[in-house]
Ligand binder design. Sequence first.
Ligand code: GDP
Length: 446
Amino acid sequence: MMEENIAAIATPSGKGGVAIIRVSGKSALSLAAKMFTPTGKKDVGSFEPYRMYPGEIDGGSFSDYGLCVYFKAPNSYTGEDVVEFHCHGGENIARGILRQTFRLGAKAAGRGEFTKRAFLNGKLSLSSAEGVADMINGESEAEVKAGYLLYSEKLTNRVREIQATLKNLLAGIDVSVDYPEEDVEEQHVEELVFELQKLIVEVNVLTSGYSVGKKIKSGVTVAICGKPNTGKSSLLNRLLGYDKAIVSNVAGTTRDAVEGVMEIHGRKFNLYDTAGVRESGDAIENIGIERAEQIIRSADVAVFVADSVRGTDDEDARVLAMLEGKPLIKIFNKVDLTRDETESDADVYTSAVTGAGIEKLKELLYEKSFGALSEDAAFLIEARHYDALTRAKESLARAIKACNNQPLDLIGIDVKEAWDALGEITGETATEAIIQEIFEKFCVGK
Ligand code: GDP
């Protein structure tokens, strides 16, 4: 347990129903005794853990009537003694109470310091702590869900199983290195290759989840493409439900790519309305076209918009050609002005004016983005975890290769490297710099 008490306001700033001031450290309870007067004859020192006690909280120049709760080490968030004061949710009330904890010797907690202490005290793994940040910072329901899976050690548990097997293999290698006997060693290497191959499969199952995971975390990038005036900006606005892109009758007015973010079935989609992709002598518009091409390259899904009144021509064909190889949704827009829905190979007929076809468009976007992708490992949303798993896989592959012609102790080095790479996920081998970076993502008070 850390000696020093740290304190912070755990609730967001602003007015609210309640605010919570949290203190963690060895003498959190005796600090509480100095600034909380329980109602009745109770004395803070005799507080039962995990029970709320009403009373007066000292805010320095004022008092508030609120609640105090004591979480006894090691069964608390940080693993240390923790005390929380629940006061009325005014910023100045919470700040006054916080300042009072400082007067009583508590230090201002840094970003994520409570969670960092929890990690250092072995209450949660590093990936679990990252899950907490993912939940809090989650920009979609799916990210919150994935964050919760991380937080509840879904990834760490699977990684630890693999690590345990690696530890066993390493122990076996050590024994063989110490007592080398030719024929025993040969058999050992064969078994080793078999085990290592199994582990690669297990790591692969995890990394394959990243194709879904990274889209959950960063959002699916959708490029809306098509000739000027086909209704791209209007459709984007329809999808987002507000006027963000500039809609105009003059061809080429959407000079820049406009970004809008929306959710479909709880997952995040980043929409880009590309500038009209066409030949133009206009310098500014050329920059727009360049950006459009860039967006198309990085897009997960392309939406091609054609004007159902004017039909398609060579220019549409040129735009379509640029989208080759991308998951594609073809739209015929402005169907409110036409009745014919049969004369094209469109995936969906829409009207940005009436909203016709928009729901179908959303379903198609979801399907094209996630379709048959497995949800099995949808908690692999952090690039850092993916990277560590990939390096573990590389080390395992090297170990298997080394089994062909290298002595056991050299094979052991690769196996150990795989273990170390996985340790970056759980935290065992994470450097101070990595740990620092992770907790920087937190807010103060968590
Ligand atoms: P962009 O250049 O492709 O982004 O096209 P805009 O969204 O700026 O739309 C061009 C023009 O077509 C505007 O006058 C819009 O109001 C009109 N428009 C766009 N979508 C529709 C639609 O579905 N139906 C009708 N009737 N007009 C539309």
